[in-house]
Design a protein around this ligand. Structure first.
Ligand code: NAD
Length: 409
């Protein structure tokens, strides 16, 4: 039965790896329990009263460095989801080789129902409530679904006001003027594009037709880099549905319409998100939420290559079906690591007080992503399992080694 609970899915992925690596049960337990789960509530005063929002910050494992991971604002956030996302951050940071552990945060809220002032109040409330965890050497948040550089700007201001000092490295994904990095906004989409180029080469993927699900920060930039580099993006979508044109879409036009109307619209056939996943394309790029590829639709996916820019878009049951059908899945912990890699570069720049150009940042990110792909692919060839098992295996080995060196295991 498909588990739609992301935490159960994350644990199942870990089980698959533990089986291959032959890890003892106490180490397994140590990796299966998050280091710290903090639950809180934010009070937001409005003209009509006080609204209460549950909020979470989870550190999965900090053996390799401070907790690092985004903050999500979404009505379906749950502690289980935040735990899963934090575990995936632990693996992702280890695969990329950046010196961070895994963390994640979230608020159960539909931000679309808030005014700009309320959104700012909620963002500052998150920091007042959970910001004692933050710090450039302890826990470094960043944007995720429905959070962005503007929100990071409010959060770093609240944090620095609380601490009475400037500390830009306590949070990444900031606006450039507040110590953000060139190249951060587009980093996850661009990194996903680099990962795809590596996958095309290693797995001899033919065909240039691409479908992209989700048209937010990650999806828009992914679609843009594909369509600017000789690929044909034939479908894109957001939460309300999508459009399909087998001749290829004009990504900038769709972006302009989305900014104006809040919807993905344009010339082309209107399609549902479920249809987008099953289109006759070579490359499918999920850039929205978890569990969209599951046991109910995995067998109907035509794309030969699935590049996970969303976190957790494929359930373990779907993974098995895709594997049986000879599909290649480039897992989230590898494919979408461009974002945290440039967050790392932002943190480094904040700490040294010296800033690189966009070209320098992109080159450094490409070096990290190409290196990570090569390592994971090598492991994949040795293990003959899947790219996900290979990536998480590499990560688990790094994390276990760090825990042993600390004397924790
Ligand atoms: P975002 O809020 O900017 O965009 C999310 C997009 O997904 C929006 O277009 C939204 O309409 C769409 N969406 C929401 N529910 C959907 C559904 N049911 N079906 C189809 N589309 C839906 O968020 P983002 O930063 O682009 O993040 C997208 C995904 O990428 C998330 O899984 C996130 O965890 C992951 N990710 C983001 C980053 C980053 O740097 N922002 C880094 C790594 C991974």
């Amino acid at each position: 039965m498909t588990k739609m609970n992301p935490w159960e899915n994350a644990l199942r992925q870990l089980d698959d790896v533990i089986e291959v690596l032959d890890i003892d049960s106490s180490t397994k337990d140590a990796l299966s329990y998050p280091e710290r789960v903090t639950e809180s509530r934010i009070l937001l005063k409005t003209d009509s009263g006080v609204d209460v929002y549950p909020a979470y910050r989870v550190w999965h494992n900090t053996a390799r460095g401070p907790a690092k991971g985004g903050i999500r604002f979404h009505p379906q956030v749950s502690v289980e989801e935040v735990k899963a996302l934090s575990m995936w951050m632990t693996w992702k940071n280890a695969v990329a080789g950046v010196p961070f552990g895994g963390g994640k945060g979230g608020i159960i809220v539909n931000p679309k129902e808030l005014s700009k002032g309320e959104l700012e109040g909620l963002s500052r409330g998150f920091v007042r409530s959970l910001g004692s965890l933050f710090g450039q050497n302890t826990d470094i948040p960043a944007p995720d679904v429905n959070t962005n550089p503007t929100i990071m700007g409010w959060m770093i201001d609240e944090y620095e006001t609380m601490r009475g000092k400037k500390e830009p490295g306590a949070l990444t994904g900031k606006p450039i003027e507040l110590g953000g990095s060139e190249g951060r906004t587009e980093a996850t989409g661009l990194g996903g594009f680099y990962a795809t180029l590596n996958a095309i080469k290693e797995f001899e993927i033919r065909g240039k037709r691409v479908a992209v699900q989700g048209f937010g920060n990650v999806g828009y930039y992914a679609a843009k880099f594909f369509s600017n580099h000789g690929f044909k993006v034939v479908a894109v979508s957001d939460s309300k549905g999508g459009i399909y044109d087998e001749q290829g879409l004009d990504i900038e036009k769709i972006r302009a319409t989305k900014l104006k109307t809040g919807k993905v619209k344009g010339p082309g056939k209107e399609i549902k998100n479920a249809e987008l996943l099953e289109l006759p394309v070579s490359i499918l790029v999920p850039c929205a939420i978890e569990n969209v590829i599951n046991q109910n639709n995995a067998a109907d996916i035509e794309a030969k290559l699935i590049v996970e820019l969303a976190n957790g878009p494929t359930t373990p049951d779907a993974d098995k079906i895709l594997e049986e059908q000879g599909k290649i899945v480039i897992p989230d912990v590898l494919a979408n690591s461009g974002g945290v890699t440039v967050s790392y570069l932002e943190w480094v720049q904040n700490r040294m007080g010296y800033y690189w150009t966009q070209k320098e940042v992109r080159e450094k990110m490409k070096t990290v992503m190409d290196g990570a792909f090569t390592q994971v692919h090598k492991k994949y060839k040795e293990q003959k399992k899947s790219m996900r098992v290979a990536a998480i295996s590499l990560a688990v080995e790094c994390v276990v080694e760090a825990m042993k060196l600390r004397g924790q295991l």
